[in-house]
Design a protein around this ligand. Structure first.
Ligand code: GAR
Length: 200
């Protein structure tokens, strides 16, 4: 079975959804490691609760980004990680790191990419007055919120929605969509043809 590492910086609701999908057998893999860059992040408590090993590596602990990333790579190698799942990891990975794990890094983004890139996607779509937003799971490439799209699903923005109501629907969808995408990856059913991900 493949060993997975989740990278997260914050609340970790996606982490928990993935951990539960692994436990239930929906995702057939070992959730071997949580990599977190924020020592106070709630996701660390979640990992403890689920009995998953975690490691905190802070960018501030290193002078240069390559040293920070080398420390992460060492932890990944130690656990023989074959798939990296970014779940609210609020750091941009360098081209060197991406090259090392090309085609093996997934990300989830709370909008229908390429709309509403960035770190406030739900709020941005809501404030823009969009009628439709959603969730995207994609491979990582060198550009932010850009790599080939694996799964996308829409969420309607209703007239009487508040931002928290919309956030709740988006997060609920994320918790279903991410395990599905990971499952497809692990089954070997994803083929990248330029920008298009073919699903078998
Ligand atoms: C998720 O909504 C995820 O899509 C978003 O961060 C949140 C993390 O929530 N990621 C991005 O915006 C990446 N650009 P969580 O910590 O509860 O899983």
């Amino acid at each position: 079975m493949e060993n997975i590492a989740v990278f997260a910086s914050g609340k970790g609701t996606n982490f928990t959804a993935i951990a539960k999908a692994v436990k239930s057998g929906l995702v057939k893999a070992n959730l071997s490691l949580l990599v977190c860059d924020q020592p106070k992040a709630l996701v660390l408590k979640r990992a403890k609760k689920e009995g998953i090993k975690s490691i905190v590596i802070q960018r501030g602990g290193f002078k240069k980004r390559p040293d920070f990333e080398n420390k992460i790579v060492a932890a990944l190698k130690k656990e023989k990680i074959g798939l990296i799942v970014l779940a609210g990891f609020m750091r941009i990975l360098s081209p060197a790191f991406i090259k090392l794990y090309r085609g093996k890094i997934l990300n989830i983004h709370p909008s229908l990419l390429p709309s509403f890139k960035g770190s406030n996607a739900i709020k941005d779509a809501f404030n823009y007055g969009a009628k439709l937003t959603g969730v995207t799971v994609h491979f990582i490439d060198e550009l932010v919120d850009h790599g080939p799209i694996i799964l996308q699903k829409e969420v309607l923005i209703k007239n009487n929605d508040t931002l928290p109501m919309l956030e709740k629907r988006i997060h609920n969808l994320e918790h279903k969509l991410y395990p599905q995408a990971i499952r497809l990856f692990l089954k070997g059913g994803l083929k990248i043809k330029s920008r298009r991900v073919l699903i078998n």
